[in-house]
Design a protein around this ligand. Structure first.
Ligand SMILES: [Ca+2]
Ligand SMILES: [Ca+2]
Length: 384
């Protein structure tokens, strides 16, 4: 009985330690015994293996040869758990994150190495997989690294590269990596979009579906519908209500039902919404022009749209005017006239992908950060 007590206490302690303070936060005890909580830490672990080059010698133990076990939260539960990757002597592991590591207070990146001692691992960060910054060595009790002074000011780093420096000779040569965590991070955005994303947050335009999203990737119809709802709410000061009857068989998302109820988003057929389809720039312009009409024109509906023309000074035609769809033309030029959606250079609007090359390169796809930047300008330029 006495002997079992410590195990019980340990079990209870573990349960208490693993209760998160908020759904998305991540709490752990570091190598020096300090409890740390990372805000939104659930989203701050590595998400993709870019490359793994095993060292030489490497391990023969198959369960420790899979680099994918370093993704997500640490899950080491003894040497049988297969939760860690053996780097091998001089092995190199490159990981991608869905957040950008930034220099914040104290340490900025944490390496979960398993075993009694952290075997020496060089830690580098990069924003482009080309230029790497050495931010120090994870070794001994030191598993967290402060990138301050080791990277350019204001840098944002989506990639971490770990290189084994020790290559100790055992059944598991080199460091054994369970997980890597960004302690200080920001959303992944293009440089130009940083201030726009900050403003979008300030104006309440980022829907739940885009919290923790990689912002420079293309936006889907569902995600954009959610942005349109937020834009409507910001412009009108009114909360949108979901439709009570859902005509679509491929989507039940409540934000879609709000956008549909507002007549701002419609299906691609009478019973399909195509939530995962990517949105192009003329579709984005059209959906947001509907938001504007909904807010400013009492009585407007999708059905009666033709009776509610937008009033604006017609700008000079875009060089690719001929490929703008008829149904999108009014919205595209309204957005251009109000400097809400600008061209892409050389006086082109890039309304839709018309060649297979454009389709493959995503030429006319709106990205998440573009969509949010448009929403920000809607609020700044058009708020009644
Ligand atoms: Ca720091
Ligand atoms: Ca793991």
């Amino acid at each position: 009985m006495k002997k079992r007590l410590p195990a019980l206490v340990l079990a209870l302690t573990l349960i208490l330690l693993t209760i998160p303070t908020a759904a998305a936060d991540y709490t752990f005890t570091d190598r020096s015994g300090t409890t740390r909580t990372v805000k939104d830490g659930e989203y701050s672990f590595a998400t993709r293996v870019v490359e793994f080059i095993p060292g030489d010698p490497w391990t023969n133990i198959e369960r420790n040869q899979n680099p994918a076990v370093t993704l997500g939260e640490p899950d080491y539960a003894g040497s049988d758990s297969g939760a860690d990757l053996c780097l091998g002597a001089g092995g190199v592991l490159t990981l991608e994150f869905d957040v950008s590591i930034v220099d914040g207070e104290g340490e900025d990146v944490y390496v979960f190495e398993v075993g009694g001692q952290v075997e020496a691992t060089r830690v580098e960060v990069s924003s482009d997989l080309v230029t790497w910054y050495d931010v120090g060595t994870a070794k001994g009790a030191t598993a967290g690294l402060d990138i301050s002074g080791k990277v350019p000011d204001g840098g944002r780093f989506r990639y971490v590269r770990l290189t084994d420096l020790e290559g100790s000779h055992s059944d598991w040569p080199g460091a054994d990596i369970d997980a890597v965590l960004a302690l200080n991070s920001k959303p992944v955005t293009s440089d130009w979009a940083e201030t726009e994303i900050d403003k979008a947050r300030e104006y309440g335009l980022i829907p739940d579906i885009l919290e923790h999203a990689v912002m420079d990737e293309p936006i889907t119809r569902l995600e954009f519908a959610a942005v349109a709802v937020k834009t409507y709410e910001a412009l009108s000061g009114t909360a949108a209500l979901p439709a009570t009857v859902n005509p679509f068989t491929d989507c039940t998302d409540v934000e879609m039902l709000k956008a549909y109820n507002l007549n701002v988003a419609v299906g691609v057929s009478s019973n399909t919404f195509a939530p995962d389809q990517l949105l192009n720039r003329e579709q984005a312009a059209t959906m947001l022009a509907r938001v504007f009409k909904r807010v400013t024109m009492p009585g407007w509906s999708f059905e009666a749209d033709a009776s509610y023309p937008l009033s604006f000074q017609q700008p000079a035609p875009f060089a690719d005017d001929a490929v703008i769809s008829g149904w999108a033309r009014e919205s595209v030029y309204f957005m251009a006239a109000n400097q809400i959606i600008n061209g892409v250079g050389e006086n082109r609007f890039a309304p839709a992908n018309v060649t297979s090359e454009q389709e493959a390169g995503g030429y006319a796809n709106a990205t998440r950060e573009q969509a949010l930047a448009i929403a920000v300008r809607m609020v700044e330029n058009l708020k009644p």
